[in-house]
Design a protein around this ligand. Structure first.
Ligand code: SAH
Length: 518
């Protein structure tokens, strides 16, 4: 068997969008992903669904896997012919021991690539509004290891030279030694009033910044109980933060929000949360697909064959539209066969999806529920007419029942079905237990039921209890009712049942809570 290949990839400092395109491409190709905690958990979602994940970080019952063992693992996997990606926090060449990994790969004849990443040394200060250089304040910077362990003295650091070598000094792995670092820098000539900042978990929802001076920073770190991992920045550039801080000013800053929609639709919600400074955490729990049951398939085919018999085609969701058109294609049909029919859509997004395919809806319901469409249709539909309702297998019964009362004959077809997505996520349960998911969004009743199922499958005994510390945000009253029936305490319900409405409600609740805390 020919040897596989190993990609040593910088994953960036935490925000999953801070990986390079080349890194992402390698991740999408990999048979096997070797990762630890500094590589953002959400990145694993980008791997192939059937890729193997191997965790080499710290576990409660085990120390971090030894570097030699990791090196050996990479070689062994590659020798099995696999494409392996080793995800490393930040940039792999900055205190990442990539040299040792690459060296052993080379010795064993395993091809490898080193794909740089965005290092925390620069990105984390940037997310706190601190540029490492500045035309007037600092024309150079150094990145220095603090080695973390408080008892180990660093003979490798020439403090006399380091102190005065460059304008800005950036220390990684230095929190535990902050007192020693501050002392050495003062001893070799930095003034005690030199500004210092510590930024913990930069680019993530937990990002926190502490500032002070060389004289008082140790005391402040102790008083605040400030813990690693953090980047320490020493120099006048730290003051820039007062004017340049940016992400901390966004409405959803500090909030990690679980997005449970189907993967194909999740990105709209995730992008909006991201735009507003929150950290979307995608865990798709539903998937839509073509129906598999013979009877359902036959019903769709028959209905499409009878295209010319309908007075109305009523579409209730974007999914419904997408799958309806897929079926036209699968049945070798054409939308023009429906020339007798008028088209109705629930909600502007559904109408938009139709418009994208060249069909302008004759009636668009302003409300986002079936009841809204009934109001809009009143006076338009006539007794004795026939309506086709292409929709998902979970659609509610209100619409056909009410149309029936008005004397309209409805033909319902399940153009798609909703199934539980088999999301893998090695981090989610633990993050929920630790209160690291701050809000959970539900965009339909099936996302509620499926998330609870998925958590149970991941090993949670009482999934509802696991969600108790998070805000529960629902797109509308029906979803909220399902959530409550399943033991969740709904804290946010959107006024308008749209993604925008949901995001707005989330922002409002965050501001409100922020104000109460103040
Ligand atoms: N190769 C990595 C650094 C590895 S050393 C890089 O280029 O970023 C690990 C140290 O990096 C941590 O102790 C901490 O000082 C820093 N670090 C990494 N990610 C960080 C983050 N998101 N926030 C703050 N510090 C971080």
């Amino acid at each position: 068997m020919s040897a596989g290949k190993v990609y040593l990839v910088g994953a960036g400092p935490g925000d999953p969008k801070l990986i390079t395109l080349r890194g992402l491409e390698a991740l999408k190709r990999a048979d096997c992903v070797v990762y630890d905690r500094l590589a953002g958990p959400q990145l694993l979602n980008r791997a192939r669904p059937d890729a193997e994940f191997i965790y080499v970080g710290k576990l409660p019952d085990r120390h971090t896997m030894k570097q030699e063992e990791i090196n050996r693992l990479l070689v062994d996997l590659a020798l099995q012919g696999k494409t392996v990606i080793r995800l490393k926090g930040g940039d792999p060449t900055v205190f990442g021991r990539v040299g040792e990994e690459a060296e052993l790969l080379r010795k064993n004849g395993v091809p490898y690539e080193i794909i740089p990443g965005i290092t925390s040394a620069i990105a984390v200060p940037a997310y706190a509004g601190i540029p490492v250089t500045h035309r007037e304040l600092a024309s150079s910077f150094s990145v220095i290891t603090g080695h973390e362990s408080p008892d180990k003295l660093d003979l490798s650091i020439h403090w006399d030279k380091v102190t005065n070598a460059t304008g800005t000094l950036v220390f990684l792995m230095g929190v535990a030694k902050i007192g020693y670092i501050a002392e050495q820098l003062q001893r070799y000539g930095r003034p005690p009033e030199t500004p210092v900042a510590l930024v913990r978990w930069g680019t993530r929802a937990e990002q926190r910044t502490l500032t002070g001076t060389l004289a008082d920073i140790e005391e402040r770190v102790k008083a605040a109980g400030f813990e690693p991992p953090a980047v320490i920045i020493v120099g006048d550039v730290v003051r820039q933060r007062e004017t340049l801080a940016w992400i901390e000013r966004k409405p959803l800053f500090g909030k990690r929000v679980l997005v449970t929609r189907a993967r194909s639709q999740a990105s709209e919600l995730a992008d909006k949360i991201d735009e507003l400074g929150g950290e979307p955490y995608e865990f798709p729990v539903i998937e839509t697909r073509l129906p598999t049951e013979e009877a359902a398939v036959q019903a769709v085919r028959d209905a499409i064959r009878a295209a010319e018999t309908y007075d109305w085609v009523i579409l209730t969701s974007e999914n419904g539209v997408a799958f309806f058109f897929r079926w036209l294609d699968l049945c070798d049909s054409d939308i023009r066969k429906f020339h007798r029919a008028r088209f109705a859509a629930i909600g502007p997004k559904t109408a938009e999806a139709l418009a994208l395919r060249g069909v302008r809806a004759d009636v668009v319901a302003e409300q986002f529920r079936a009841e809204g469409l009934l109001e809009s249709l009143a006076g338009e539909v006539k007794p004795g007419q026939t309506a086709l309702l292409p929709r998902g297998d979970l659609a509610r019964e209100t619409l056909p029942a009410e149309l029936g009362r008005q004397g309209v004959k409805t033909v319902e077809i399940d153009v798609y079905e909703t199934v539980l997505a088999h999301g893998r996520d090695p981090f989610l349960l633990e993050m929920l237990e630790n209160g690291e998911i701050h809000a959970v969004t539900f965009t339909s009743s099936s996302t509620v039921v499926n998330l609870l199922d998925a958590l149970r499958r991941l090993g949670a005994e009482d999934p509802a209890a696991l969600l108790r510390s998070a805000e529960i945000a629902c797109i509308g009253p029906i979803t909220a009712r399902t959530a409550e029936e399943n033991g969740l305490l709904v804290t946010v319900t959107a006024e308008t049942a749209t993604i925008d409405g949901l995001v707005k409600a989330l922002c409002d609740s965050t501001t409100k809570r922020g104000n109460e805390r103040r």
